[in-house]
Design a protein around this ligand. Structure first.
Ligand SMILES: [Zn+2]
Length: 383
């Protein structure tokens, strides 16, 4: 472990160099060119580590990158990352990578370019030191930030062949690893009313915006911290003119559910409230679904966590499980029974905002933890 740490300390500036390169390429989910460029850089890095890489093209979206390397034993490790960020085109020019004090800033620096850099350097360290690893699959999703609709089948296919998964999302606790996440639903509500001038006598309007206003209160009213439910309506539009009753109103709705056991019931109640009109003459269309199931630690994850703790102990870290409200691709691997440790990336603050930053000092220990875990799996892959 000491040698891994020394290697990483020596490479710290190189790691920051790769991070700078990736952060300064806009790779928001809709920045197709940037996603593909980041994918190309990382595919080359993986090839130099002995991986066979494959670019999976998606029409109208950024590519995913899939990579495989044989190893010792027959149990497979899945390293899961994503290439896209939530930042639109032009963000990198507006606030490029910069280091200020202990922090590195820039779009996607934590979510999750820092974690990708860690993954590459954890593998580099093990290779440089001649350490064996289990067979490894890497998948870099191109559309994670919009729910991995396209990436999901590929992720699940790899997960079914894998025993363990490490997900390189950032962490909010320097000694934490994520084993629990809330499920996420994305729903799109369209309310149809009837347009009419507000003073019209011959025709009565039905105001879709009024229905939406009441719906927002009813839907957000489903939030229940005790049951682990959170409904948020933050994106709405409706109407065409001040003096005409709105014939249409729309809302994008975010639904979070803490546990798998509540998931179906919560979705059923949510749909009922969303789809039942309050005003006479209203018609409602609801699209969308739960895009990620809640991540719950399965028995395999519990055992995997013990490995993480043991590696942490060697490093003088108190590695412990944490829970996050946000979903990740780890929700898919955990749901399939794969032992999943998520949030393996660097310590990140204000993720997905203008002040997103990572603690530069967390890069080496978090990478060392990842490398240490991979190294330990080699022995277990043979059993
Ligand atoms: Zn992420």
């Amino acid at each position: 472990m000491e040698k891994i740490r020394a290697y990483l300390e020596e490479k710290k500036n190189e790691m920051l160099g790769l991070l700078e390169k990736l952060v300064n390429i806009d790779s928001g989910t809709y920045c197709i060119e940037g996603i593909n460029e980041c994918g190309k850089i990382l595919a080359e890095a993986l090839q130099s580590l002995g991986f066979q890489t494959k670019t999976i093209e998606e029409i109208g979206w950024g590519n995913h990158v899939s990579a495989e390397r044989p190893g010792t034993g027959d149990k497979r490790l899945f390293l899961s990352s994503h290439l896209d960020t939530v930042c639109p085109q032009g963000t990198a020019a507006k606030r490029p990578f910069r280091i200020e004090g202990d922090y590195a800033f820039g779009p996607g620096v934590g979510d999750m370019k820092g974690g990708i850099v860690q993954m590459i350097y954890a593998l580099k360290a093990l290779k440089a030191l001649g350490r064996e690893t289990p067979p490894i699959s890497v998948f870099l999703t191109g559309d994670e930030e919009v729910g991995s609709v396209l990436g999901r089948p590929h992720i699940e296919k790899i997960a079914r062949r894998s025993t363990w998964a490490l997900v390189t999302e950032p962490t909010t606790d320097p000694e934490g690893v994520t084993v629990k996440r809330w499920g996420v639903g994305a729903f799109y509500l369209t309310i149809l009313g009837q347009s009419a001038h507000v003073l019209a006598q011959s025709k009565v309007g039905v105001n879709a915006c009024r229905e939406l206003a009441m719906k927002i209160l009813a839907l957000e009213g489903l939030s229940d911290p005790v049951r682990g439910v959170k409904v948020s309506v933050n994106l709405v539009k409706g109407g065409t003119s001040r003096q005409v009753s709105a014939s249409e109103a729309k809302a994008d709705i975010d639904l979070r559910v803490q546990s798998v056991s509540e998931m179906d019931d919560v979705e059923k109640r949510f749909r009922k409230v969303a789809e039942t009109p309050i005003l006479p003459g209203i018609q409602i269309k609801l699209e969308g679904k739960l895009t990620r199931p809640p991540m719950e630690p399965n028995p395999n994850t519990e055992a995997f966590l013990e490995i993480g703790k043991a590696v942490g102990q060697e490093m003088g870290l108190n590695v412990h499980p944490i829970e996050k409200l946000g979903g990740s691709d780890g929700c898919f691997t955990a749901a399939l029974g794969v032992a999943t440790l998520d949030g393996m990336g660097p310590m990140c603050y204000d993720s997905c905002s203008d002040t997103e930053r990572i603690d530069v000092n967390s890069l080496v220990p978090r990478t060392q933890l990842m490398a240490g875990i991979i190294q330990r799996l080699t022995k277990m892959s043979k059993n």
